[in-house]
Design a protein around this ligand. Structure first.
Ligand code: FES
Ligand SMILES: [Fe+2]
Length: 397
């Protein structure tokens, strides 16, 4: 295929996604969706700016659950290393010479120096060497050698490999638990029903087209909120994507801690004339997976965005946006097409609209103007998300 708008193959719908699609079609005829909730609801704005709450969120949520840290295609070649500080932990993501991916602490086991100071760029390394006294490590974390080993007569050098975090590549995505005291990780069990959804999208063979990581002045939950309601699409996104979406309630449901949400696109009526095998999650609707606590997958017409929100403080996140494409661009037209897509989504929709308004809200909630915030009936999925956060934070230490 040699054209300017590459198509992504239609993803076969599993039973839960078919049910959501049927709900969207049924809702087209009704002004009020059957999903309408009886009540609006309230939220204490302190959840976005309380430093003590963030500490509990870190302990009870971010250090316990598998987090998606990226895509295996970012570490395409053996010897690839990516340093990134997340949740106060200096991390190394590596692909060793056998092709295996590891998540290690970027901290020397001699006297604790950071091995790689530069963050966020994938580099190629044969091994890792500490800048202080030059202890060297394999890319799987094993200690390779120390200068003047006779000066450490009692030390078990074999036990001084870099600390490893439990990690797993599943659906092409790199997952890890940010607690070196834990040893096991079960991503499929954690994802529950979402695991089967993801298996239909072929992420394993997808291409990481671009990644953009930056600090933004918002609480991490505000960006999770922004992608679990459709009330703002026609308003906030008027300059960009609003024309593609009717102003409807989404069809969504909780899946354990996670949420799958299907949002109607303007082409949804076309699906009525088609057999279910032709219903297209990317053309007739836009699917979002909100993977608890801090990941979002958004399925655009011919590419997929992953967003990770990593808290730095109550009012600041590292925001990491990655665009996956079905394959690497095969010609200049495909390259230009996905460059335009990335610029529009990353700088326009996310940067100038969703992140912008989240930063404005952060200033607003910290001002004391509101004793409570209000969620309307088109924003009801946010209630479940905040209830899940609160329940986990209340749990035992
Ligand atoms: S602190 Fe790394 S070699 Fe000494
Ligand atoms: Fe938005």
């Amino acid at each position: 295929m040699n054209n300017a708008t590459p198509r992504t193959p239609i993803t076969p719908l599993n039973a839960p996604l078919t049910r959501l699609f049927e709900r969207l079609l049924a809702d087209m005829d009704h002004r009020e969706s059957p999903e309408w909730d009886a009540q609006d609801s309230r939220l204490d704005p302190a959840v976005y700016c309380d430093p003590a709450l963030l500490e509990r969120e870190k302990i009870q949520i971010f250090r316990r659950l598998p987090l998606c840290l990226g895509h295996a295609d970012q570490l395409r070649e053996p010897g690839s290393v990516l340093a990134r500080d997340l949740l106060g932990l200096p991390l190394l993501l590596t692909r060793d010479r056998h092709g295996e991916i590891h998540v290690l602490l970027n901290v020397c086991r001699h006297r604790g120096a950071r091995l790689i100071a530069g963050e966020g760029e994938v580099c190629r390394h044969q091994g890792l060497s500490c800048p202080y006294h030059a202890w060297t490590y394999e890319l799987n974390g094993a200690l390779r050698g120390v200068p003047k080993p006779e000066t450490f007569p009692t030390l078990d050098l074999a036990a001084r490999g870099l600390r490893r975090l439990p990690s797993q590549v599943r659906h092409g995505l790199i997952w890890a638990i940010l607690d070196p005291a834990q040893t096991d990780i079960d991503v499929a069990g954690f994802l529950g029903g979402i695991d089967e959804d993801l298996s239909g999208f072929g992420f394993e063979t997808q291409h990481v087209f671009r990644q953009h990581a930056r600090r933004r002045a918002t609480n991490w939950k505000l960006m999770m909120d922004a992608f679990q309601e459709t009330y703002h699409i026609k308003r906030l996104h008027a300059p960009t994507i609003a024309p593609f979406f009717p102003d409807r309630n989404p069809a969504g449901e909780g899946v354990g801690l996670h949420t799958r949400i299907l949002v109607a696109r303007d082409r949804l009526p076309e699906a009525r004339t088609l057999p279910p095998a032709q219903w297209d999650l990317r053309r007739h609707a836009t699917l979002t997976h909100a993977i608890f606590p801090n990941s979002l997958l958004i399925y655009h017409p011919d590419a997929t965005s992953h967003m990770g929100m990593f808290p730095i403080s109550p009012g600041e996140i590292l925001f990491v946006h990655t665009l996956f494409t079905p394959h690497a661009p095969r010609d200049e037209k495909e390259l230009a097409h996905w460059e335009r897509t990335f610029a529009m989504i990353d700088e326009g929709v996310f940067g100038a609209e969703d992140l912008f308004i989240s930063e404005q809200i952060q200033l607003g909630v910290a001002s004391g103007a509101n004793d409570e915030l209000v969620f309307g009936r088109q924003e009801h999925h946010l209630r479940r998300f905040h209830a899940n956060v609160a329940a986990l934070c209340r749990g035992p230490d």
